[in-house]
Design a protein around this ligand. Structure first.
Ligand SMILES: O=C(O)CCC(=O)C(=O)O
Length: 247
């Protein structure tokens, strides 16, 4: 089953779409268990520079990773999730038939931790050969609400240009839209319950806040491209060798 014309129209007009209850809670719990095993292995092996980027500094008493890259490549569980028959037809409904995962990320905002992610456009990071050929599927592994750092989207910003991003000097990877441009774009929250999926276009402005609540906010983002699309002018290094064709 695909999205259908109405939902596709919403996605094309607003630049994002939430599909609730795509996965059962048991599957999300299995994902979280796999992430816990993987995190323990990664934390042991980080060098000092990687620790500064990947470890959440908001949590004083525990070492918690802020993110993990390329679960589709590293973990069999996530390779299977990226090809799941509930998810794949929706991605193909947006991009057309024949898609690959180019990059993927696990985002973790622990209770009373997890810093904000400033307003950005994925297509500035990726520099794809066709901006229409990229969609992110953001899978809520926990309930993501206003209190624990859900995503916010700039309605219709998918139909505008990709802006040059800037980064704080001490965080060169934290590319973001300059403030004078970002403040002109109203941002609307997109809460997603555990097991739901939020899709966004590569040009869509989006951000998340920190997590002052007592509950986790974890998510898995698969960045899909149409098979003919490449990251031609990426702002950060992405490894073409990790591209996984899923249809
Ligand atoms: O989960 C977040 O806080 C950020 C997600 C994001 O930027 C993305 O999926 O492109």
């Amino acid at each position: 089953m695909g999205l259908g014309q109405t939902k596709r129209d919403i996605y094309m007009t607003t630049g994002h779409l939430t599909v609730p209850e795509l996965f059962p809670h048991s599957r999300m719990d299995a994902a979280l268990a796999d992430i816990a095993d993987w995190s323990a292995e990664v934390l042991d092996a980080l060098n000092e520079q990687e620790r500064a980027w990947y470890v959440d500094h908001g949590v004083r008493d525990a070492q918690v990773l802020r993110k993990l890259d390329n679960p589709h490549h590293t973990r069999a569980f996530f390779a299977e999730l990226a090809r799941d028959p509930a998810l794949l037809p929706l991605v193909e409904d947006i991009l057309g038939p024949g898609v690959s995962v180019y990059f993927s990320q696990i985002f973790m905002k622990p209770p009373r931790g997890g810093g904000p992610k400033p307003v950005h456009q994925d297509n500035f990071y990726f520099g794809p050969t066709d901006p229409e050929g990229v969609v992110t599927a953001w899978i809520a592994l926990d309930d993501a609400g206003l209190d624990n750092g859900c995503l916010y989207f700039g309605e219709g910003s998918n139909r505008g240009p990709v802006y040059r991003h800037v980064a704080p000097p001490d965080e060169p990877f934290n590319l973001q839209i300059p403030n004078d441009i970002a403040v002109r774009q109203p941002m609307t929250p997109a809460p997603v319950r555990k097991g739901g999926v939020s899709f966004h276009h590569g040009n869509t402005f989006h951000r998340s806040s920190d997590n002052p609540s007592a509950r986790w906010r974890r998510a898995c983002a698969f960045h899909y491209v149409r098979n003919d699309v490449r990251f031609a002018t990426p702002a950060l290094p992405y490894d073409d060798a990790l591209v996984m064709q899923v249809s």
